[in-house]
Design a protein around this ligand. Structure first.
Ligand SMILES: *Cc1c(COP(=O)(O)O)cnc(C)c1O
Length: 245
């Protein structure tokens, strides 16, 4: 299980390049680079490559499919896994055995189920979660509608076994330049307005992917989820979050 040294060098340089771009985006808006966490989205990347990625310092990995993550996680020691795709209730228990953070909580029912399972001892003592928001009201996307979340947030914040660290969004596929910025600014403004009423909501903003993470950082992202800019193009389409890509 020794990582392939050639791959380690390649991923270390890919990581450095992305971190440099994050730092440059931070500099443009007067932010500290340390305020942005890089999640390497590793869907469709095999365990061999991921062992090299972890050795190169990419220790926080994002996956959107439970079965795929369940198969890879035991083969990739030293990684912390983030779920960034839709979680079906009947897979919640399995997910708790793998993921350190669930970024894609998209209904109160799912939040309640996770809370109950953690309370029964199925995972960490308090599970970090993000609430996925469909800020663009894009019918192709999962996530809370803004109004729906506004009315259920207080109930979610009372759940004792989940810690709501903040919000996450998946931007629309860029139709026009500037669309991504509107989405990211929208999530930041929405978070601020929710926090005014509900201080228990954490400040994290998970937004930005390979094509737009710098814009996301300029607009306040604290977590960016970057796949292709690190691992290269994926060979197939990768599920409902990215129709047609
Ligand atoms: C695939 C995926 C990413 C990463 O996308 P890239 O374009 O490869 O950077 C980020 N977030 C989610 C939810 C994803 O499904």
């Amino acid at each position: 299980m020794e990582p392939d040294p050639t791959l380690v060098v390649a991923y270390a340089s890919a990581r450095a390049a992305v971190l440099e771009r994050i730092a440059a985006a931070c500099a443009r808006v007067g932010r500290e680079p340390a305020s942005v966490k890089l999640i390497a989205v590793s869907k469709m990347v095999d365990a061999k490559r991921l062992r090299a990625a972890v050795a190169a310092g990419l220790t926080e990995l994002g996956e959107n499919r439970i079965q795929e993550a369940a198969a890879k996680a035991p083969l990739v020691p030293g990684a912390a896994w983030h779920l960034v795709g839709h979680l079906q209730g009947n897979k919640a228990r399995l997910a708790l055995g793998i993921f350190e953070t669930i970024e894609s909580v998209d209904s109160i029912e799912l939040a309640q189920r996770l809370d109950r399972l953690v309370g029964e001892g199925a995972g960490a003592t308090r599970l970090p979660i993000l609430l996925q928001v469909n800020v663009d009201e894009d019918p192709a996307k999962d996530g809370f509608e803004a109004d729906g979340l506004r009315s259920t947030l207080a109930a979610i914040l009372t759940l004792p076994n989940v810690e709501v660290r903040g919000l996450m969004t998946v931007g629309r596929l860029a139709e026009a330049p500037g669309q991504a910025r509107t989405t990211f600014a929208g999530l930041r403004a929405f978070s601020a307005s929710l926090q005014a009423d509900a201080p228990g909501l954490g400040p994290e903003l998970s937004m930005g992917m390979s094509d737009d993470f710098e814009v996301a950082v300029e607009e306040g992202a604290t977590i960016v989820r970057v796949g292709r800019a690190i691992f290269g193009e994926r060979l197939q389409t990768d599920g409902p979050d990215h129709p047609g890509r």
